[in-house]
Design a protein around this ligand. Sequence first.
Ligand SMILES: Nc1nc(C(F)(F)F)ncc1COP(=O)(O)OP(=O)(O)O
Ligand SMILES: [Mg+2]
Length: 219
Amino acid sequence: MSKHIDNDTLKQALSVYFISGTTNVNRPLPNVLTEAISGGITLFQFREKGSGCLTNKAKRDMAEKLFQVCKDHQIGFIINDDVELAIAMNADGIHIGQKDAGASITRKMIGENMILGVSVHTIEEAKQAVADGADYLGVGPIFQTNSKQDAEEVCGPERIMDMRKSGINLPIVAIGGITVEKTPEIKRAGADGVSIISAIASAPSPSYAANQFKEIMKD
Ligand SMILES: Nc1nc(C(F)(F)F)ncc1COP(=O)(O)OP(=O)(O)O
Ligand SMILES: [Mg+2]
């Protein structure tokens, strides 16, 4: 993925955004990722968190494997939280939350040629992230989620609509408890994409699950 990405290309890339770490799957993550790519995901985030997650060299080795799978299929590779690792690997981007390093300091560290995604829950946080140089916003949790223990309270798709009405035009991807059934409502609310952990990672067929999301998002 070209690092210096324009809004339209990024909006396309955000449409079916698979997020996973090794603790979200019960078989090798590179295999699950390959299947999800064959089903039509458009972007991948490596989010290695929670008890039993990989650390240090094991985490770096897994990140390199996953990055290679993404490169082999021209899919962007985003790292969650770990700015140093993203820079060390020259990943396509980094995603940070409100409790991580600030967006403006992160932008200074990564420069202009890496994608910066920022989690936001309120319109104020969204406006600050835009001012700090974010390329896209992760808005949520839209619905109840089991994938993030310290999630904010559920905000519903109307939060995305409110952000659009308040003039936030940056690419937005919805996150939090997203299923195929809920995706049309999220699209109508103004999201450019949906980000999915368990609905793909835990699916009997990640490829089939990814394709269901792709079919809805492509119209
Ligand atoms: N990882 C994420 N990715 C997205 C994305 F926009 F990419 F869909 N949005 C939101 C989050 C949540 O990020 P954060 O608030 O730092 O919590 P955690 O580090 O536990 O994921
Ligand atoms: Mg984070």
